[in-house]
Write a protein that binds this ligand. Structure first.
Ligand code: GUN
Ligand code: ZN
Length: 438
């Protein structure tokens, strides 16, 4: 097998810039080399230091005018909502009823599920995302379809059956015990097959009975290394309804904690309106948050306070998610841009280092995967995005006047989108090349 080597400017995060001095958190090598073998990075460093390892069995690809960085990791996205992206005029609870539930009901049809799943995986990779935590629907074929679609490119994908047994249309509820049984069967079928990982997925407290949350907790206890994803504290009406349905809980977070759903394996979308006490529970249990700014703006949910959430006195681990189809773009660059603007409205200016961290290593940490993805280091996956900072006339004009790497990276994340994704590598193989894609 021919090994691959990628040469060019290499940028990677190595630790959390919200908690450590920025200068210690990122590494930039203006003329770098990444050696790939068996899907992993076997070495990374300066070209001058590693060029001696380039034998004739190594295929060298040179990207002198690009930036090589870890593939983006979308920490929260719904593949069955791909078709309803950009649906007009509602906020969360009405949006679910009017657009989301009808769209999800179509995924009992395996053919439809396969078509959207194939589109979805290609669209992630076209946007430079090399791993994602994905919600399916309550139909088991929706889970099979997305895991099958991830197979050919050997993409790291977390997904699981949507568990919902109450306060939702009859064609979407799956019953507490049935959702447990089917989840268990799907874990046996898919978990740890290749790079696929199962994530237990109760939608949120509003559509799960106490019994279903109890059984979701049982799955976590019984299955060891599976993960959990859900939603929390996104919208004021949602929070009020959660309090009505679970009147003895101290707060929204307590609902999940009571059922054993709050630990380091758990990632919750949004968490915009969490109280100080709730953030403390997240910190103490190691539970994680997926920040989804394009969705929060679009559905009108509120302004996530990243500085408060990551307060170094009790930091919570945060990753970045698109939350398509509440979110409005598959592009993690666009998502970084919106998270910058949201933080601005909270009086905080996120730096480029913080933003690229959230989209790569931060998401990896929030998904409990920072030992294998989210950074370019020997032994990590060969999941790499090649960014073209001069992808459009405007980007070229801007890039040519940038006086530092930080300035260039910042302007790129504010102004760029899928056009700046020149190539995407997954597990050491090229899966998308902009200039040869049709
Ligand atoms: N809360 C519960 N379900 C959903 C969903 O599908 N999207 C969003 N944005 N929030 C949710
Ligand atoms: Zn969501």
């Amino acid at each position: 097998m021919t090994d691959l080597a990628l040469r060019g400017p290499v940028y990677t995060l190595t630790s959390d810039p919200f908690l450590n001095p920025e200068a210690d958190c990122a590494v930039y090598e203006p003329d770098g080399l990444i050696l790939l073998r068996d899907g992993l990075i076997s070495a990374v460093g300066a070209y001058a230091n590693l060029r001696g390892t380039l034998t004739e069995t190594v295929e060298l690809r040179h990207y002198p005018d690009s930036i090589l960085m870890p593939g983006f990791i979308d920490a929260h996205i719904h593949y069955p909502q791909s078709e309803i992206i950009g649906s007009f005029g509602t906020q969360l609870l009405e949006w679910l009823q009017k657009y989301t539930f009808p769209a999800e009901a179509r995924f009992v049809d395996a053919e439809h599920a396969r078509r959207i799943a194939d589109f979805f995986i290609a669209e992630l990779q076209r946007n430079g995302s090399t791993a994602a935590s994905v919600f399916c629907t309550s139909a088991p074929v929706s889970v099979d379809a997305i895991f099958e679609a991830a197979g050919p490119s050997n993409m790291l994908l977390l997904a699981g059956l949507m568990m919902m047994d109450s306060h939702a249309p009859a064609n979407l509820v799956n019953g507490a015990q049935a959702s447990y049984d089917v989840s268990k069967m799907l874990i046996e079928r898919w978990h740890n097959r290749g790079r696929r990982l199962y994530t237990v997925s109760p939608r949120f407290a509003l559509t799960s009975s106490p019994q279903q949350l109890e059984l979701a907790g049982a799955l976590l206890r019984e299955q060891g290394d599976v993960r959990l994803q859900s939603h929390i504290s996104e919208n004021r009406a949602e929070i009020a309804r959660a309090a009505e349905l679970y009147p003895t809980a101290a707060h929204y977070t307590d609902i999940y904690e009571r059922y054993g759903l709050l630990d380091e394996r758990a990632i919750y979308g949004h968490g915009i309106h969490l109280s100080e006490e709730e953030l403390c529970r997240f910190h103490e249990t190691g539970a994680n948050i997926a920040h989804c700014p394009t969705s929060n703006f679009f559905i009108g949910s509120g302004l996530f306070d990243i500085a408060r959430t990551k307060d170094s006195a009790r930091p919570v681990t945060v990753g970045l998610g698109t939350d398509v189809g509440g979110g409005t773009s598959f592009s993690m660059l666009q998502t970084m841009s919106e998270s910058y603007k949201m933080a601005q409205l909270r009086g905080i200016s996120l730096t480029a280092t913080q933003s690229y961290y959230l989209a790569t290593l931060g998401s990896a940490e929030a998904l409990g995967l920072a030992d294998r993805i989210g950074s370019l280091q020997a032994g990590y996956a060969g999941d790499i995005v090649v960014l073209d900072p001069r992808a459009t006339p405007l980007l070229k004009l801007r890039a040519d006047s940038a006086e530092s790497l930080d300035e260039l990276l910042f302007a790129l994340m504010i102004c760029a989108d899928d056009r700046a994704i020149e190539a995407t590598y997954v597990a050491g193989e090229l899966v998308y090349a902009r200039d040869t894609a049709n």
